[in-house]
Design a protein around this ligand. Structure first.
Ligand SMILES: Cc1cc2nc3c(=O)[nH]c(=O)nc-3n(C[C@H](O)[C@H](O)[C@H](O)COP(=O)(O)O)c2cc1C
Length: 205
């Protein structure tokens, strides 16, 4: 889809996905221990919501098979993925995969999985869940968090990317704020919208 799309024609689901895919995000794994086993999924619709009380949110597909189990657990841990955790992210998006096979994790303060190597962990209880079209909006109350000094994994235009900081050219060196830039895009096919790539990958599993 380009700027030349005929404005008289209603936009398609693909137009919607492609356009919203240009909003850069991080990626997290939302995970819980359910009936003594870990369960989790990759999510990029994660955001902060409130400071007092400390709330975060993410949107989950109503067709998700993992979310109902996490919901039953009553809480979850969010692991903010680090640069280089692309493959781990794709594992946590693959149906039928043993998502925790070979994944190092430890139990957070709520007993839910903190993924090793992540940038941060947020241990949450489920605050509320709202219906929103074909998704649900999940609000989590954060009870504990741990931050590691590592670069985050980025997701933009259907591709993974890394973050670098660079100085702003206009300001004297000492007062230059760190400016975030896309360092490199990698992992997924450059021209293909993410959801097509994801479907293709999931079909292969
Ligand atoms: C980068 C990335 C971001 C994703 N973000 C979301 C999301 O915000 N919400 C969602 O429901 N699924 C998201 N998914 C898809 C899920 O990770 C997963 O594929 C889906 O939940 C199907 O698995 P399930 O049936 O076990 O839940 C994302 C996948 C990837 C690779």
């Amino acid at each position: 889809m380009t700027e030349s799309r005929d404005a008289a024609v209603p936009f398609t689901a693909r137009d919607f996905r492609t356009t919203l895919g240009r909003f850069p995000t991080g990626v997290v794994v939302v995970a819980a221990v359910v009936d003594s086993s870990p369960a989790g999924l990759a999510v990029n619709s994660f955001t902060s919501v409130s400071l007092d009380p400390p709330l975060v949110a993410f949107c989950v597909d109503r067709g998700s098979s993992t979310w109902p189990a996490i919901r039953r657990a009553g809480g979850f841990t969010v692991s903010i993925l680090a640069a280089g955790q692309d493959d781990l992210c794709m594992t946590f998006a693959s149906k039928g995969a043993d998502r925790f096979a070979g994944v190092q994790w430890s139990a957070g303060s709520g007993g839910h999985p903190r993924i090793e190597g992540a940038v941060a962990w947020l241990d949450c209880s489920i605050h509320r869940v709202d219906e929103a079209g074909d998704h649900q909006i999940v609000l989590g109350e954060v009870h504990d968090l741990v931050l590691h000094d590592r670069p985050s994994l980025l997701f933009h235009g259907g591709r993974f990317a890394d973050l670098v900081t660079r100085p702003s050219a206009e300001q004297p060196e000492k007062s230059r704020p760190a400016e975030v830039a896309l360092a490199g895009l990698h992992g997924l096919d450059v021209a293909t919208p993410f959801f097509d790539v994801l479907s293709a990958r999931l079909d292969r599993n």
